[in-house]
Write a protein that binds this ligand. Structure first.
Ligand SMILES: Cc1ncc(COP(=O)(O)O)c(C=O)c1O
Length: 438
């Protein structure tokens, strides 16, 4: 094996990557190493990673407990087709059943969030076979498979639209940008009544499922009031609709609770999970209510549906989240971050809004606090200038506004690291304001 990187070979490799080169463009960093809240690039530069790699390294990267568990599993068995059980699968299932909300005691696995959403939809259609519609929120994000792209915010140029299933996007409340003259509770009530109208009058045929992200992630970090979640649950109950909560981004401690369902005291019928559960290894799936019928043989069997190495890593991750009280840490550190950002917003004219909860932290950058005109340019500048100062923040590429900065390090990030990240953010916002680069 060639151990010394040959620069020419690496350049050729970069050009051969099929994904759109604009996705990350010239700033794309080649990562070579990761530990805890830090990553290193191929020039040996060290960065504080406030993205946890798509908010997925719930524990800091390469946590020794996770790595040891994965290596031990690698030595035993790495692959089993879905007709077989493995100890890792049974053990993880038992662990998860102890922490799932309400009666969500049945668990299905896959390797990617998008496929978990597809699994949730399939289960809803299986349980409501005479209904073909799914209601989703207008700014929702549910993934990048053909079906989940159709379920997400309108992609500026979705080339797969011709083969879309029947999704209807409905409005949802937005506390920072409420509809004319309303407060968020009034807007919540209006949206609920529009959703119920859509169920009864807005689609041909019945509605099998309503799918909601408890806190909207890629669609702008929009936090919904509890009244909205309660109201959607009630609509589902009144009309026999399956309520799916997509907790791929919010689950496993990110919000300061194990699941957002615990925060809002709402139990959906199906909940998707992914990202943080694997401690950096790919794993996703669904929790489903005992009341729902499961899949028959062959209805949802994927060759790599259970990757024992990811499952062993997930057992170690879930154990560590509980043992290290990382939900508490996410809450404490998140409170500290949002408080400091609110204080910063009093001095920094670019910060329009600060959002939580827990370590689901973000800020909206605006050109004007009164008009709330979004500034995607400021977000782009924050990202680029922070990279120069060795901190990686998340950026929203969302088609709607594109002006969000996300501060979402691993759940076990230290106070000192968070303080340093916020100092850098303050400094770069100051320099962008001075340069008028927004
Ligand atoms: C709420 C939500 N659902 C689904 C997905 C898709 O997950 P994946 O990228 O693992 O397919 C994501 C990813 O960002 C997400 O945030």
């Amino acid at each position: 094996m060639n151990v010394v990187p040959d620069q020419h070979r690496l350049e050729v490799g970069k050009k051969s990557i099929i994904h759109d080169p604009r996705d990350g463009d010239a700033r794309k960093i080649t990562l070579t190493r990761a530990r805890g809240s830090y990553v290193w690039d191929d020039a040996g530069r060290k960065y504080l990673d406030c993205t946890s790699q798509a908010w997925s390294n719930s524990l800091g990267a390469n946590d020794p407990r996770v790595i040891e568990a994965a290596i031990a599993q690698l030595r035993e068995i790495t692959h089993a087709r879905p007709n077989f059980n493995t100890h890792a699968l049974l053990e993880l299932t038992a662990r998860l059943r102890d922490i799932t909300p309400g009666d969500l005691n049945r668990i299905g696995y896959c390797l990617h969030g998008s496929l978990a959403v597809e699994m949730a939809l399939k289960l809803a259609f299986k349980n409501r076979p005479d209904r073909h519609n799914v209601i989703v929120m207008q700014d929702a994000y549910h993934g990048r498979s053909i079906t989940t792209m159709a379920a997400s915010w309108p992609h500026p140029n979705n080339p797969f639209l011709a083969i879309s299933p029947r999704f209807t996007r409905v409005p949802h409340p937005d506390a920072y940008r409420p509809r004319m003259g309303m407060d968020v509770e009034q807007e919540s009530a209006l949206c609920l009544s529009l959703i119920e109208d859509t169920v009864t009058k807005g689609v041909d045929g019945g509605v099998a499922a309503i799918m909601v992200e408890p806190i909207m992630g890629n669609g702008g970090h929009i936090v919904h009031p509890a009244s909205f979640h309660k109201g959607v649950r009630e609509i589902c109950d009144r009309h026999g609709i399956i309520l799916i909560w997509d907790e791929i981004q919010s689950g496993f401690g990110r919000t300061g609770a194990m699941f957002a369902a615990d925060l809002y005291s709402v139990v959906p019928d199906v909940m998707t999970f992914g990202k943080g559960i694997g401690g950096g290894f790919p794993l996703a799936g669904i929790f489903a209510s005992d009341r729902l019928e499961g899949f028959d043989a062959g209805e949802d069997a994927l060759t790599f549906g259970q990757f024992p190495v990811s499952m062993a890593a997930a057992i170690a991750t879930v154990d560590a989240i509980i043992a290290d009280k990382l939900c508490d840490n996410a809450r404490r550190l998140g409170d500290y971050a949002t408080q400091r950002l609110i204080e910063m917003s009093e001095r920094r004219k670019l910060i329009g809004d600060v959002r939580g909860p827990g370590l689901f932290v973000s800020l909206e950058l605006v050109r004007d606090k009164i008009t709330k005109e979004p500034s995607p340019r400021a977000a782009s500048e924050v990202y680029a200038r922070s990279v120069e100062k060795a901190v990686l923040f998340g950026e929203a590429r969302y088609a709607g506004l594109g002006n969000l900065i996300k501060v979402k390090p691993p759940l076990d990030c230290t106070h000192e690291d968070m303080a340093m990240a916020l100092d850098v953010l303050d400094e770069v916002l100051g320099s962008i304001e001075r340069d008028g680069a927004y």
